[in-house]
Write a protein that binds this ligand. Sequence first.
Ligand code: HAM
Length: 435
Amino acid sequence: MSQKGIRGVRGMNDILPPESLLWNEFEALVHSWAAAYGYRPLRTPIVEQTALFKRAIGEVTDIVEKEMYAFEDALNGEHLTLRPEGTAGCVRAAIEHNLLHQGPQRLYYWGPMFRHERPQKGRYRQFHQIGVEALGFADPEIDAELIVMGARLWDDLGITDVRLEINSLGDPEERAAHREALVAYFTAHQDELDEDSRRRLSRNPLRILDSKNPAMQPLIEEAPRLLDYLGAETRAHFDAVLALIEAAGIPYRINPRLVRGLDYYNRTVFEWVTPKLGAQGTICAGGRYDGLFAQLGGKPAPAAGFALGVERVLALWEACGGEPPQPELDVYLVHQGEGSAPAAFRLAEALRSSGFSVIVHAGGGSFKSQMKRADASGAEVAVILGESELASETATVKPLRRPGAQRQVPWTQLEEVVAHIQLGSEESDGAGTLA
Ligand code: HAM
């Protein structure tokens, strides 16, 4: 009786070679990029208390209402959630370990996030973010620094066709005044609201502006704008951010409708968007969240940050010509005959100690079939170990990518010969001075 295979979870992807090599390259680049701005890595657990996300992101948001992988721990009844984003955990950790006691902190993280959304291209249930958080900084310089960082990353990757949208969400009092105006406006148009928006009208009217329902858009277009409710201080902060990014040569568009899908923001919010990825065009987003520390029970502290969607940035990188790097393999070690395996292992380890990457053939087979594998592996050199080589403590070395004859060399000279072939300094008749 045949049994059906078990498949992966919908919306959660396997990342296979060669794509995974692009991920590795990106990750390495990200670590040096973050270090270039003095940001240090932070690792927090994938699972947090459900209450953390409810309090940080907001009860009346799509993420908390519809998208969280929340569950009760069967063993002790704790209410836990697979993190849908990284800012809440980062601030929770900063409070718990009193990180700001040592002064403001520049931190970044990398990892999987989980949202139970409808999967489509660029939108997954497990996706990955790189998050950057600057904790304890109030000045507009840090908002601008975060934006400059994004611009540099796109530049480093050769990504074009991405633009910056920016807005200010004001401070709590300004938001309260705007909220009042919004409620009045939407109440006057109650009949035109969809069900979600009607529910949000009393609980979280700002979220109506975040509605993705096309039928709601004309009404949203005409709604009172938060920008018109900013006080002098907030306006000055916003202007300073804009002046700094202008001075850095970064074009932007002020988008008064940009409200973000999480409740913790105040003042500057921004998104990097591209037309190249269809509907899921936001590759990176963030802003200031000066109230979050206090909201999570910590000492009040200003902060700002952003997160980029790794899948989306990589898709855009590929659309702009980014390619997985060829894995570099120096040696494929072919061996056959009684007692060849231990010698092959020993030689391979010696080569690796000298810094070479080596695949030792596994699975037996004729020399011919092993050489086919060697060729397909992309290795520079095949090292061949047969019975006659074993008896004379030699190996046959055959260049696979450059001209040059194969030749037999003593084990003691193997590293040197392989290095010469790699450097291309091998004489083409193969009668080098080393043998
Ligand atoms: P967010 O806008 O919810 O913000 O997510 C940031 C980015 O993650 C999005 O712009 C998008 O590129 C990517 N993303 C989100 N959901 C998905 C998904 N289902 N599939 C693929 N990619 C996705 C935050 O998460 C905030 N924590 C950002 C932040 C950090 N704000 C301040 N600091």
